[in-house]
Design a protein. Structure first.
Length: 148
């Protein structure tokens, strides 16, 4: 495989990591679900596996409207397996609150709700690169609501 092709795959998979965080925080659940393959697996601590885009969308509809979150993704690593498969890993620092915003639209918080790691499998599809499997493992958590 040429270096340029490998780099393009790394960029595409890193973009999926970042878009995952941006779309869930923006409550753009259609775009969020679209980051995954149709047949996918999402493993979150304390929750049964999610195995389809439709189940993923339905689950997101249950998120409280007043929930404000920021998923901060760092240290992205992508390992290209071949032209159709890759693996990834990144850190998550999760900030979230149900508290209403203050006068200036700012939410108070004292610390991150959780810190964890995502472990991903990516697949090239007709739609482009997509997440086939994503597993979250928490390292630190202080928020009992943490499940995504």
């Amino acid at each position: 495989m040429e270096a340029a092709e490998r780099e393009a795959i790394v960029r595409a998979c890193t973009d999926l990591m970042i878009r995952y965080a941006a779309t869930i925080d923006a409550r753009d659940f259609d775009a969020y679900a679209g980051l995954f393959c149709e047949e996918m697996e999402l493993l979150m601590p304390g929750s049964p596996p999610t195995t389809s885009r439709e189940k993923l969308r339905r689950g997101l509809e249950k998120r409280p409207v007043e929930l404000v979150s920021r998923h901060v993704i760092t240290n992205p690593l992508v390992e290209v397996i071949d032209g159709a498969r890759a693996r990834g890993h990144c850190y998550l620092t999760l900030y979230r609150t149900l508290a209403p915003a203050g006068e200036r639209g700012v939410h108070a918080f004292s610390r991150p709700a959780a810190v964890g790691e995502y472990f991903d499998d990516y697949l090239r599809t007709n739609e482009g690169w997509r997440i086939r499997r994503r597993e979250l493992r928490f390292v630190f958590a202080v928020d009992p609501m943490v499940s995504d």
